[in-house]
Design a protein around this ligand. Structure first.
Ligand code: PLP
Length: 437
């Protein structure tokens, strides 16, 4: 038995080399329960913003079980399934104007890569074979695969693989806390897209991909239209209600050519990502008679689709998009109220229940902590001690340093639970400050 335990400790090396993370044994509503009997608010939303409708929802579990009993898997290159068809119809109904062509995948990385491949095929179908470059933003994240790393700007997640990455052009991040232009409402950072397109030659640029949460997307849309560049909205985190609208792009009163989303659409009950393409994009492929070459084994999966249908139904029936807006305002105000009380809390930002905090060594100068101090991770552990799981990360300030944590609780969080979460983060900040020598 002892030998077995030792073997298990060795076998599990990811993500902690020692395999020694706390074990979650149960989850219900907004709470995770670990094997030490602790109850934690799941304010990490799983990883990022997955847990949308909370844990243990019976309707979703029943829908998945029923689909498993009916048909668990179909050879999707030759057959279709009823839930995949129904989910495609439902997504097409919800997405912004014209985004009526829907495909189902399993992860954010798969679907962002799928989107840039679809953009490429669109230009081939339109007789513009030179258009291949994918422009994105430094600090933007679009996936961990080597392809997605090429058009992702998350420096820390790219650096070790840099020699293997097929790099794509990037513009600077839209970062109001650290960019005077963005803070002043200037469009200079959006206009950088135009400069980069011109430098590389519009005839070579296929698409621009970004998360439509920060930035000026009406200007981005204008620039893309001017230079015949497709705009891909990466709503892997922000989609399906998290920001207080069905899709974050709706806050900008404009629409992309391709929208991708994942996490919240199945709320953690099954791996699911969706792509919705404008009818002109799909129409060009149809007209050219060139089907989209892409897909992974578990694409168009009927069980994931059944989970997605049940989650969307739950979001609608419980009016959770409005709840995300209201509870988001409450949570952001609560966290902003902590700024004066904690010298390390530099900024609180975000939309709806997609919120984040940035920690700094000096609030007046906004100077970050040295990266080796691991402040974000100290804060993450302090939150767990105080009853909340947030999602810490580093290197956001300039690509090398910076400490932040995402605070993305499920959309079903109640007003009282929001207060509890603010209380836990308040105590965790005090605890973290206590670790500074
Ligand atoms: C905006 C965005 N795009 C893409 C991805 C990649 O998704 P996945 O981890 O499911 O591959 C993520 C993951 O966090 C994300 O936040």
């Amino acid at each position: 038995m002892v030998e077995m335990a030792a073997r298990h400790a060795r076998a599990s090396f990811f993500p902690a080399l020692g395999g020694d993370l706390p074990t979650i044994v149960r989850a219900e509503g907004i709470y995770l329960y670990d094997d030490a009997g602790r109850r934690l608010i799941d304010a990490a939303g799983g990883v990022g913003a997955v847990t949308s409708i909370g844990h243990g929802v019976h309707e979703v579990i029943d829908a998945i079980a029923a689909q498993l009993r009916t048909v668990a898997f179909v050879p999707w290159t030759q057959f279709q399934s009823e839930p995949a068809q129904r989910l495609a119809e439902a997504v097409a109904e919800m997405t912004p104007r014209g985004l009526n062509g829907v495909a189902l995948f399993n992860s954010g990385s798969e679907v962002t890569e799928g989107a840039v491949k679809l953009a490429r095929q669109y230009w081939l179908a339109r007789g513009k074979p030179d258009k291949h470059l994918v422009v994105s933003r430094w600090q933007g994240f679009h996936g961990m695969t080597l392809g997605a790393s090429g058009f992702s700007g998350h420096t820390q997640r790219r650096r070790k693989y840099q020699p293997m990455i097929h790099d794509m052009p990037k513009i600077g991040p839209a970062y109001a806390y650290r960019c005077a232009d963005c803070a002043s409402g200037s469009l200079r950072c959006a206009d950088e897209l135009e400069r980069v397109i011109r430098w590389h030659g519009p005839e070579n640029v296929s698409c621009f991909i970004a998360e439509p949460v920060v930035g000026y997307f009406q200007r981005i849309r204008e620039i893309c239209d001017r230079y015949d560049v497709l705009f891909i909205a990466d709503e892997v985190m922000s989609g399906f209600g998290r920001t207080g609208r069905w899709f974050a792009i709706e806050h900008w009163d404009t629409a992309p050519d391709i929208l991708v989303a994942a996490k919240g659409v199945s709320g953690g009950y099954a791996p699911l990502a969706v792509l919705a393409a404008h009818e002109q994009v799909v129409g060009a492929l149809r007209h050219a008679g060139t089907p989209w070459v892409t897909g992974h084994t578990y694409a168009q999966n009927p069980v994931s689709a059944a989970a997605g249908l049940a989650v969307l139904d739950y979001l609608q029936r419980h009016d959770l998009v409005r709840a995300a807006h209201e509870r988001g305002d409450q949570l952001r105000a609560g966290l902003q109220g902590l700024i004066g009380r904690h010298r390390i809390l530099g900024d609180v930002r975000g939309m709806g229940l997609l919120l984040g905090v940035e920690l700094v060594q000096d609030r007046a100068t906004r100077a970050p902590f040295p990266v080796e101090a691991g402040m974000a991770f100290r804060f993450g552990r302090a939150c767990v001690e105080e009853g909340a799981a947030v999602y810490p990360g580093q290197s956001g300030a300039d690509g090398l340093v910076g400490d932040h944590a995402l605070v993305t609780p499920p959309l079903v969080i109640t007003p009282e639970q929001v207060d509890d979460l603010v209380g836990a983060i308040d105590r965790a900040l005090t605890r973290t400050e206590g670790t500074i020598g």
